[in-house]
Write a protein that binds this ligand. Structure first.
Ligand code: 13P
Length: 287
């Protein structure tokens, strides 16, 4: 079922676990994440960045593929199709294309403009039954060519944006996208606790899930994080599985060059990573 992320995140917040957002890039990715969610009986959020949306030829293709796949694979767990780090225009395109959830990333606007645009999108999403994520304090690292420095969000600004009626809130707490550098200071739990204190029941979102140590993930969940985004780790797993297949010369054996065979080890590797994350986040059996 394609659903908004609202119910699954409220349940996660109350049950002290987190729902994984796994970014998708193509058919194999989508299939791997959906099948694993079904196998694990876990709710799941499929994340689509603007770059990935473009790569897959547009949001309409993505929405049609995901909806059809849910039906053809008989997926019964709740699935949200979510725009990741959406621009103002991108949000409207995804609403029109049939996504069930959007993130409006207004973190690079001055707070007043972030508030104004978020307010407008909250209203549109409420009318159409979509969930909406907002961001305060930019998440570091590189994503789709946009490099953020990884700041810690101002808890008062978080409260201001949470009060606009968003479904979930992403706040920078020293997390970054991609691999963490050797000298990374770790998540700022003081910031997270101060934000939680201000925003109360609002489910919080942790971006940059790749490479955060398990104890920090668990602590973040205990402090109100109900959604964790993972992208790079599935990409690394896929690349690793594919490389091993080619390095072993398997593509040169028989019909090993058939894309259905060539992409299978990478796809299985994505499944293993998604499974591992669902276990760590505590969402297994919660669908
Ligand atoms: P990673 O690529 O670091 O896992 O981050 C994913 C993310 O936060 C997507 O918004």
């Amino acid at each position: 079922m394609l659903v908004s992320a609202k119910d699954m995140l409220e349940k996660a917040r109350d049950g002290k676990y987190a729902v994984g957002q796994f970014n998708i890039n193509n058919l194999e990715w989508t299939k791997a994440v959906l099948q694993t969610a079904e196998e694990m009986k876990s709710p799941v959020i499929l994340g689509v960045s603007e770059g990935a949306g473009k790569y897959m030829t547009g949001y309409k293709t993505v929405a049609a593929m995901v909806k059809a796949m849910i039906e053809e694979l008989k997926i019964t767990v709740p699935v949200a199709l979510h725009l990741d780090h959406g621009s103002y225009d991108g949000c409207y395109k995804c609403i029109e294309a049939g996504f069930s959830s959007i993130m409006f990333d207004g973190s690079h606007y001055p707070i007043a403009e972030n508030v104004e645009k978020t307010t407008e999108l909250v209203k549109v999403c409420a009318e159409k039954g979509l969930s909406i994520e907002a961001e305060v304090g930019s998440i570091g690292g590189e994503e789709d060519g946009v490099v953020g420095m990884g700041e810690c969000a101002d808890p008062d600004e978080c409260k201001q944006v949470a009060d606009l009626g968003v479904t979930m809130l992403a706040a920078g707490i020293g997390n970054i996208h991609g691999k963490y550098p050797e000298n990374w200071a770790g998540l700022s739990f003081d910031t997270l606790a101060a934000i939680k204190d201000k925003v109360g029941d609002m489910p919080l979102v942790l971006h940059g899930g790749t490479g955060i140590p398990e104890d920090q993930i668990k602590k973040a969940i205990s402090l109100g994080v109900a959604k964790i985004n993972v992208n790079t780790e599935c990409q690394l797993s896929f690349a690793d599985g594919t490389r091993k297949y080619i390095e072993a010369g398997k593509d040169l054996e028989g019909k090993g060059f058939d894309p259905r065979k060539l992409l299978a080890p990478g796809t299985e590797a994505i499944k293993a990573t998604v499974k591992e994350k669902m276990e760590l986040f505590g969402s297994v059996g919660k669908a």
